[in-house]
Design a protein around this ligand. Structure first.
Ligand SMILES: [Zn+2]
Length: 398
């Protein structure tokens, strides 16, 4: 794996950045500050888009909704706030927790916000209704909730009581695993098969989700007393964690060897980090500063991504102006895409089509951030190959 380089630095002016989070498609990011505010950025352009003020104490976590029209945030002021991205105004304030709210997440459709607290509970908030009370409260943990992860049918919580708890929402069942160490953060691999747990004994542990078997342990970094977070890259090949030493560690998921170490700021803890959902970009927060890491543009024009558009005769790569979209999962829609783009080879799950092949009306634009998402009915119609494509794959031509 080639080493990532610092691309841009955000001087957040928030005293200390408690959490940094990419939005759903990785175009924008949120920083949560000790200054009680949330900031929305375009990290590539070092552009501050909006500041959200209304919490009465430090903001500890935040997330953007899937259409990027709303933000949910939580704070040491015990509240959870739902924000309108464009106006910057709070839409709702939820005050159900008895202590600091440490984590907040949306479910996949962003119809529900799920918050975890120092009061040991996890609360579900229906953000579509005007209801002020939680729809459901999970009270199984015996100590502070340190992370929440959500898939289409389950909620996974980690806690200082050394337990991972998995709630299957389809059958209303809870499975609990005792890990033996305080868990400071938990994430899931993109394939949904494994937990990645940051433990207070300066280790990151990889567990098989279904069997509970310990698959690998990653060490070298220092936790001290920090609640360190972890991340996994988009390909599920590397585990990433910050360290109290100011470094960011990358481990090979299979061999557990350290493959690279980035220095953000020596001897200052890197508590929060966020990996881009599909590309090799990483955000790290240290004190009042966030760094965007990526592959810098090389002399030969190779971009920070090895991904390019799969449409024959199109050489577009991911940039600020060009987005890439995966093929639809729906089989009939997928067929319409392959017919339209005249792609002859078999479509694999990492092949993408760029935004040059769509018209304005194919997108849903929402929020200040104007994130481009494709409508479910969109089919490529623009800049399509007009003759039989070259057999050569444009992506790798030098
Ligand atoms: Zn293209």
């Amino acid at each position: 794996m080639t080493e990532l380089k610092p691309l841009t630095t955000l001087n957040c002016k928030q005293q200390v950045v408690r959490a940094v989070r990419f939005n759903v498609d990785g175009t924008y990011c949120l920083t949560c500050g000790a200054d009680k505010k949330i900031k929305l950025w375009n990290p590539q352009r070092q552009l501050l888009l909006k500041t959200y003020g209304g919490h009465a104490n430090e903001v500890l976590d935040a997330a953007g909704s899937c259409d990027s029209s709303q933000i949910i945030s939580c704070s040491a002021d015990k509240s959870v706030i739902l924000w309108d991205v464009t106006t910057g105004q709070p839409l709702r304030r939820y005050r159900g927790h008895a202590s600091s709210v440490t984590r907040v997440k949306y479910n996949e459709e962003s119809t529900m916000a799920i918050s975890g607290s120092v009061d040991n509970t996890v609360a579900f908030w229906d953000v579509l209704s005007r209801r002020q009370e939680p729809v459901q409260v999970l009270k199984d943990a015996k100590d502070t909730i340190t992370s929440i992860q959500i898939t289409d049918y389950e909620v996974v919580t980690c806690s200082v009581d050394s337990h991972v708890r998995r709630y299957d929402l389809r059958v209303g069942k809870m499975v609990s695993d005792f890990i033996g160490h305080i868990i400071t953060f938990g994430s899931l691999t993109h394939d949904g098969q494994c937990y990645i747990l940051s433990c207070a004994d300066s280790s990151v542990k990889l567990f098989d989700k279904d069997s509970g078997e310990l698959l690998n342990t990653f060490t070298g970094h220092e936790s001290k007393d920090y609640l360190l977070e972890n991340a996994v890259n988009a390909k599920d090949s590397h585990i990433i964690s910050g360290s109290a030493t100011g470094e960011v560690f990358f481990w090979d998921l299979i061999s557990s060897k350290v493959t690279s170490k980035l220095v953000h700021k020596l001897n200052k803890p890197i508590v929060s980090l966020s990996h881009h959902p599909t590309e090799d970009y990483l955000l790290t927060a240290c004190e009042d500063e966030v760094i965007l890491w990526g592959f810098s543009m090389g002399k030969n024009g190779e971009s920070n991504s090895n991904k390019c558009c799969s449409v024959p005769q199109c050489k577009s790569r991911y940039t600020n102006e060009i987005s890439l979209f995966f093929f639809p999962k729906d089989e009939a829609m997928r067929k319409r895409w392959t017919d339209a783009t005249k792609i002859e080879k078999r479509v694999t799950q990492d092949m993408q089509v760029c935004s040059r092949h769509f018209v304005k009306n194919d997108y849903i634009l929402s929020g200040v951030a104007k994130v481009r998402r494709l409508k479910k009915t969109a089919v490529p119609t623009q800049n399509l190959p007009w003759q039989f494509p070259n057999k050569r794959n444009n992506c790798h031509s030098a």
